[in-house]
Design a protein around this ligand. Structure first.
Ligand code: 0A1
Ligand code: ZN
Length: 876
């Protein structure tokens, strides 16, 4: 049995007793071990009340302490104590130089936290608490220090030696070794430290800031990937310009570096001046990267760049404040992507993700507010809630204040707190101070978990010509939070007349933001001549669930008339949900499925409308996902949801076959690939049409898909065709092209990962056996998180019918992988377990077998804090 790990509480926060003004590090990288020599200039923190003479340093148990001295006096065993968490040095003066020599073993580091090797390249990952795996330190974000870093390594094997800041000295050493010293003038917490050493190549560019300073831009990768870095470079330049224009923020060092590595737990990391990126978020080329991949690169490059202000210049006081930097930065990168591409498409994609993954998290055992009150392992809190809901909360502040006041607020926040480690409260206060708008009640968004539910009814009085909207709000209980206070919610609405035109609202415009404060509130509109159709929550102005008794006719009306593009999509989703839910219910009662022409007719209107953005047409034509339908269900019936959705897709395919085919043809182009919004839109609609054509099951469309697969000059089209064929009943054809695809891309790991993922997400029977076979394939490696995500995570989250097989095989499989990964890579293990944590959402039979597998993980032996926290909270 695992020992109960300690719970950390926000209420226990205390300022650090000691500070580190200067950190001098020397790394000697050798094949069998790495020596880390640290010289820390330390002093007592004048703001601390604590008078202790004990210095408590964090240090992982894997660290081997070789030497320690205070003010050049070497300590012996009785002067300090080693424990599980680090080191306690007694009798330190008010100001002193602490020197340590530590031995570490990057080669054995499979957790990918601290210093490790990725395909022969040394690299670091220090957020959140990885620095303590490198050396003994005050590893907390409110201890900010100036760093000077020397790296020494073999010159042939590691010609490139990088760290934060600017290179200030370099030289040769004995035995073919060399060294470089880097200095970062900006004080920073240890989590922003980075080191890279390897045989890397680079592309270079130059950027001139608004005030005329020149910045060298360098992106490093393995030689074979050098041809896939241009898009990231262009995205970086666009992001730098955008942050100057929209937020008035300039870059502050002479060099900005990005390094691509293949072994990485997350997407990327914003280390000061030296971002480390997962190859999946930086490499892009038309032949190997899908449109989605290009957009991910653009978004993640921008995200990490924006952190230079929202995260680095102004950082977090403690890890409970994580959403301070993440929520704000996600909001910033979403607005950037909206400005670079289609705003409505970006919003639709973000909302779809939020409503499936984040709402599900809010309804599960790990539900937490964006400012959590406690945690066992902070790595478990890099969640959809902290990131995406956090961004929605910042967006609501933007909506409530308006763009101008929001900009004043962000200016005040950055100016007031530059160089500090602060809290979400400081952010909200700056917004309040700059705008004069009270956010007192709004603060509940930071402290309360759960997704609020709005119930809306309306009434029209033809005599007084008034229209009333009555809105009530509630929020379900979440672990540890039974009762919730009412939220302050911005609800953007419009009212449509019977011709589909927008009525002018009391604010003189056609969209107005209603501010809901109470549990129930009525909003009145005068001078209305006929009962309008309300368009509610335009642009998804708040992260809530909204119920209003729309008729199906209302929804088709909104689909074609609402002036808000987002709301037109939303109407289509609501119509799809309504139809699919009733079919799921029919299946539950053993009824035969039937579907009229209404949905197909509504889709036809959209397909025929040549004025619409093709990307939005594709979004409207895409039925609500199985994941979203599951999130909405009282009890998730995996098989019925899948069957109903397949039934509707097939029905639509037959009803609109001609239209899908002609649209497919219209969207076919011989232009060279471009990741522009227009061409992405065209491909997206074309592949949506192909997916419906394939749903007819006709041989001629298999031929069409195969032609597309063979002739495509880009990964978007070839991957779409591949996955449609593999997931269809044309099993033989699928096997043939899977094999061709693998042989063609055998040297491109990111493409091979897509090949794994297509097979793992195959809803046809037998997928688990296939996944188990692939785990033995040369293309798979359990130590590489991208491989684990592509194969195991794809199977467990993108393949519900197979993962939830009633014989429990999927659950057993997942538990086995989690148990193995628990000791290899706790962060990945703990993320992987998520689908099992949702066991309460299924029927009793499934609940029972899912819970047994959670218990099996619990009983499997020594659990990491990561896995222990998630599994124990799920079983509670
Ligand atoms: N701050 C990064 C996310 C990140 C967090 C932890 C990591 O290591 C385990 C790596 C990256 C971001 O928001 O992009
Ligand atoms: Zn981030």
């Amino acid at each position: 049995m695992t020992q109960q790990p300690e719970v950390i509480y926000l209420k226990d926060y205390k300022v650090p007793v000691f500070l580190i003004d200067h950190t001098e590090l020397r790394f000697e990288l050798k094949p069998d071990k790495t020596l880390v020599k640290a010289r820390l200039k330390m002093r007592r923190n004048p703001e601390s009340q604590d008078v202790t003479r004990e210095l408590v340093l964090q240090g992982d148990k894997s660290l081997l302490l070789c030497r320690i001295s205070v003010d050049e006096h070497v300590l012996n065993e009785s002067d300090f104590q080693r424990n599980e968490q680090g080191l306690v040095v007694s009798g330190v003066p008010d100001q002193f130089l602490l020197e340590t020599v530590t031995e570490i073993h990057p080669d054995q580091n499979t957790a990918l936290e601290g210093l490790y090797r990725s395909d022969g390249v040394y690299c670091t990952q220090c957020e959140a608490e990885g620095f303590r795996r490198i050396t003994f330190y005050l590893d907390r974000p409110d201890v900010m220090s100036v760093f000077s870093t020397t790296i020494e390594a073999d010159k042939d094997a590691y010609p490139v030696l990088l760290s934060n800041g600017n290179p200030v000295a370099e030289g040769e050493a004995d035995e073919g070794r060399h060294w470089i010293t880097w200095e970062d003038p900006h004080p920073k917490p240890a989590y922003l430290f980075a080191l890279v050493a390897g045989d890397l190549k680079l592309i270079e560019d130059q950027y001139q800031t608004l005030s005329g300073r020149d910045v060298a831009l360098r992106i490093y990768a393995a030689d074979k990937d050098l041809d896939k870095l241009d898009y990231a470079m262009q995205s970086l330049i666009n992001a730098m310009r955008w942050d100057e224009q929209v937020y008035g923020r300039e870059y502050d060092l002479d060099i900005y570096m990005i390094v691509a590595v293949d072994f990485f737990n997350m997407g990327a990391m914003e280390n000061k001046g030296l971002n480390v990126f997962n190859t999946s978020c930086v490499l892009a080329s038309p032949e190997t990267t899908t449109d989605l991949g290009f957009q991910r690169v653009e978004g993640v490059v921008a995200h990490e760049y924006f952190h230079n202000w929202s995260g680095n210049r102004v950082t977090c006081r403690d890890w409970f404040q994580l959403s301070l930097k993440e929520g704000f930065t996600v909001f910033r990168d979403a607005e950037f992507s909206a400005d670079m591409n289609s705003r409505t498409v970006k919003r639709v994609e973000d909302v779809a993700l939020l409503r499936t993954a984040q709402f599900a998290e809010d309804a599960g055992p790990m539900a937490h507010p964006i400012l959590p009150a406690s945690f066992i392992e902070i790595s478990n809190f890099y969640t959809m809630t902290i990131y995406e809901k956090g961004a929605e909360v910042v967006r609501m502040i933007h909506t409530l204040l308006g763009a101008d006041a929001f900009r004043k607020g962000s200016d005040l926040y950055f100016d007031r707190h530059d160089g500090q480690a602060v809290t979400t409260e400081d952010f909200v206060k700056a917004m309040e101070d700059a705008s004069g708008k009270s956010l007192v009640q709004f603060r509940h968004w930071y402290n309360q978990a759960g997704t609020p539910v709005l119930n809306i009814t309306d009434a029209f009085d033809s005599e007084t010509k008034t229209y009333k909207l009555t809105i009530s709000q509630s929020c379900p209980a979440t672990p540890g939070q039974e009762v919730k206070q009412p939220y302050h919610i911005p609800i953007a609405i419009g009212l449509l007349d019977s011709q589909g035109g927008d009525l002018v609202l009391p604010n003189g415009e056609t969209t107005q933001v209603l501010e809901l404060h109470h549990a129930e509130q009525t909003f009145e509109f005068g001078g209305i001549h006929e009962k309008p159709v309300p368009s509610l929550l335009r642009g998804f102005s708040a992260p809530v669930k909204l119920n209003y008794p729309y008729s199906r006719d209302n929804l088709t009306f909104l689909m074609s008339h609402d002036s808000d593009g987002f709301s037109r999509w939303e109407a289509a989703q609501k119509l799809g949900v309504d139809i699919l839910q009733s079919l799921v219910a029919d299946l539950g009662q053993g009824k035969e499925l039937q579907l009229g022409l209404l949905l197909g007719d509504a889709f036809k209107v959209v397909l025929d409308n040549k004025d619409l953005d093709k990307a939005m047409v594709a979004k409207v034509l895409t039925l609500p996902s199985e994941a979203y339908l599951s999130e909405l269900a009282d009890v998730i019936d995996v098989d019925a949801i899948h069957e109903a959705r397949q039934f509707v897709r097939q029905h639509l395919a037959n009803q609109l076959e001609t239209e899908f085919y002609s649209t497919y043809k219209v969207c076919t182009s011989t232009d060279a690939y471009s990741p522009s919004a227009d061409s992405i839109a065209r491909r997206s609609l074309r592949n949506t049409c192909l997916s419906y054509l394939m749903a007819t099951g006709k041989q001629e469309y298999l031929e069409l898909a195969l032609v597309q697969f063979h002739e495509a000059d880009n990964m978007t089209d070839s991957q779409a065709a591949l996955s449609l064929v593999v997931h269809s009943n044309f099993v033989k054809a699928g096997e043939v092209i899977l094999d061709q695809f693998y042989q063609r891309w055998i040297d491109q790991p990111l493409v091979v990962n897509q090949w794994l993922s297509v097979q793992a997400s195959n809803p046809q029977r037998g997928a688990l056996v296939q996944v188990e076979n692939l785990m033995k394939h040369e293309a798979f490696n359990l130590q590489n998180p991208n491989k684990v995500r592509s194969l195991i995570a794809s199977f467990c989250s993108l393949n519900p019918v197979n993962f939830h097989a009633i014989d429990g095989s999927g659950y057993r499989f997942l538990a086995e992988q989690v148990i193995t990964l628990n000791s290899l890579n706790p962060q990945i293990a703990s993320r992987l377990v998520t689908p099992l944590t949702r066991w309460k959402r299924y029927n009793l039979d499934r609940q029972d077998i899912m819970r047994k597998q959670l218990q099996r993980i619990m009983d499997s032996g020594e659990l990491s804090r990561d896995v222990f926290e998630v599994v124990s909270k799920s079983l509670a």
